[in-house]
Write a protein that binds this ligand. Structure first.
Ligand SMILES: [Zn+2]
Length: 228
């Protein structure tokens, strides 16, 4: 998973939530913060909706030098937990079973990533990822939320199988944004360019961990959501 960029290192945050699902940031706030944090690409991956990504795309067209927006969603499949789907454009309908989602993704030039596969107590594909590895394009080997140790089986699986890998902060609050981006070297113009970099393993995952202040913000947001 090691690769150094000779000229420039670019950063993509590809697992983020907005107010279109359970995040605290509106798409507008998210893009502005991404720019401030020098993130070059953002994939917006709200739970079961591309609405956050649609709004972000519209807003980014009005901005000077916006980050590249990748339309995405974190889809809760009926049979295999949460799957991150990154596409060329937002979609309204998609299948809910992983094998059908895989075919649909192929037809629509999307890629599928198994989100936090071994995290306990979350909606994840779990151990069945081994026999269903062909149904995803990549494994999220590092997810900053939850217990860091639970990422290690995913790293091992990617190393053993040669499967492409990603990392993601799974940001729901501002401080989390950019904790675990993927790094890449080449200038990209459209989502398909990033998908090529991921599937050809030309990215470097970042294994970040939220600091204490970020953790406090995460807990505060969880309380607000519960009360709200
Ligand atoms: Zn998520």
């Amino acid at each position: 998973m090691k690769r150094n960029c000779p000229d420039q290192t670019l950063r993509a945050e590809i697992h983020v939530h907005t107010t279109a699902s359970d995040g605290s940031m509106s798409p507008d706030q998210l893009i502005k913060l991404a720019k401030k944090k020098h993130l070059d690409t953002i994939a917006i991956t709200d739970h079961d909706t591309f609405r956050g990504a649609s709004l972000a795309l519209r807003i980014s067209k009005l901005m000077d030098d916006p980050p590249l927006i990748i339309p995405g969603a974190e889809i809760r499949t009926v049979d295999h937990g949460d799957i991150i789907v990154l596409c060329q454009e937002p979609h309204e309908d998609y299948p809910k079973y992983l094998d059908e989602l895989k075919d649909w993704g192929k037809e629509n030039n999307c890629i599928l990533i198994a989100a936090h596969p071994y995290h306990i107590g979350r909606h994840s594909i779990g151990k069945s990822i081994k026999e269903n590895l062909d149904l995803v394009d990549a494994i999220e080997v590092w997810n900053s939320r939850g217990v860091p140790l639970l990422n290690y089986p995913a790293i091992r699986l990617a190393e053993e199988t040669g499967k492409p890998y990603t990392s993601g902060s799974d940001a729901h609050v501002p401080r989390e944004l950019g904790t675990s981006p993927i790094l890449y070297c080449d200038d990209i113009r459209e989502p398909a360019d990033l998908f090529d970099l991921i599937t050809s393993k030309k990215i470097i995952p970042v294994f970040g961990v939220p600091g204490p202040v970020t953790l406090a913000e995460i807990v505060a947001w969880a309380i607000i959501k519960r009360l709200g």
